[in-house]
Design a protein around this ligand. Structure first.
Ligand code: PLP
Length: 382
């Protein structure tokens, strides 16, 4: 079988990920940060080591500014609900995932003003449009770093500098980019970054986080959940210390152990060489698909302006039929439809039918890609 659904979740995970998770359960199964016995200390060390490795990975000085969450959606909700108040304005782009749009639409019903800057047909955003929108005061700009539909990268650095000049904070949704390309928070110039652990960081489901820039003042961000932290137990109010202000309840230690192993594997393999491998595959995929009569490929033509995620449609065939045939007849696994991103599909002109999405990963080979191209050619001719 050929797994081309790495934009949904990466698979297969490195063997070291399951080994680290098993090891956590069998040898460090205490509750991190709660008790003084050795199992709790061992668990706390694994959680801290992963936090530290992530801080280094994102270019942060203070590891305590990596806040663990269940996934990117949880991190985005923490940021959006914690930052925005009725009467304030938020600016976002036309390629957002519902992990951003649904919390924003709910906040809208509570008096937050939401402005969506349209994207072009290849999913690109123009910083000039943001400059114009930021003539009116805004509390926050939230931007999807890379489209989960067609891979298009957003000009986050340019938009962040415009936003800061206008006095707005910047939140980036890095669900598709954390682990897929190098991210250095100070260079990107954003205040908050939401990431997921189960995609290009190669960790297990149930992991992710919100990263706070060293310059960001946490007093601006209300916690989403309050409760036990293992610290300052004498108080019935939430402590302000990081990361406890935002991390209540027992953390997913076993998942975080796996995430640490996923990140270590990524660092060992080298993010640049994995990106080069995946981009060469998506470039061949795009080229081959474009040669098939009836196929339309979406997203930017230059692979350097995208992740390896690619979407296409086939004239005369529904996306579900194409996905079904790929799965049933060829054991090629992809994702079809709207990919939880109706706004992005409206921008690309593929709403409401959606697209067929192909997302190669580290273990995908050129042979796999040629097999996929043969399959699509046959489906197109049938
Ligand atoms: C762009 C984008 N944002 C947010 C999410 C949500 O990520 P998670 O499933 O980790 O909550 C995804 C997942 O597909 C995504 O692609």
């Amino acid at each position: 079988m050929i797994y081309l659904d790495n934009a949904a979740t990466s698979w297969p995970k490195p063997a070291s990920v399951s080994a680290a998770m098993r090891d956590f359960l069998e040898r460090a199964g205490g509750n991190p940060g709660r008790s003084g016995h050795r199992l709790s200390i061992a668990a706390g060390r694994i959680v801290y080591d992963t936090r530290e490795a992530l801080a280094e990975f994102f270019g942060l000085q203070d590891p305590l500014r990596v806040i663990f969450t269940l996934n990117a959606t949880h991190a985005l909700n923490l940021a959006l609900q914690g930052l925005l108040q009725p009467g304030q304005r938020v600016v976002t782009g036309g390629m957002e995932h519902n992990a951003v749009m649904r919390p924003l639409r709910e906040l809208e019903t509570r008096g937050v003003k939401v402005d969506v800057i349209p994207a072009r047909e290849d999913g690109t955003l123009d910083p000039a449009d943001f400059a114009a929108a930021l003539q009116t005061p805004a509390r926050l700009v939230v931007i999807n770093h890379a489209s989960n539909v067609c891979g298009t990268l957003a000009p986050v650095k340019e938009i962040a500098s415009l936003a800061h000049a206008a006095g707005a904070l910047v939140l980036v949704d890095a669900a598709q980019t954390a682990g897929a390309l190098p991210i250095h928070l100070p260079t990107l110039g954003v205040d908050l970054l939401a990431f997921t652990g189960h995609k290009a960081l190669h960790g297990p489901p149930g992991t992710g986080g919100l990263v706070l820039a060293d310059s960001f003042d946490p007093a601006q961000l209300r916690p989403l959940v309050r409760g036990g932290t293992g610290s300052r137990s004498e108080y019935e109010i939430q402590p302000d210390d990081l990361p406890d202000r935002y991390e209540s309840g027992t953390p997913n230690g076993v998942g975080i152990a796996g995430l640490g192993a996923g990140l270590a594997w990524l660092n060992e393999r080298g993010i640049e060489s994995l990106r080069a491998h995946e981009l060469s595959l998506s470039a061949r995929l795009r080229e081959g698909l474009n040669e098939i009569p009836g196929v339309t490929v979406y997203g930017p033509k230059d692979p350097q302006h995208a992740t390896a995620v690619l979407s296409f449609t086939l004239q005369g065939k529904s996306v579900s039929e194409v996905g079904y045939r790929l799965d049933e007849d060829y054991e090629i696994f992809c994702r079809v439809g709207l990919h939880c991103a109706p706004a992005a599909h409206r921008s690309l002109g593929t709403f409401p039918a959606g697209t067929v999405r192909l997302a190669p990963g580290p273990t995908t080979t050129l042979h796999d890609i040629e097999t996929v191209l043969c399959a699509v050619r046959e489906i197109a001719q049938a």
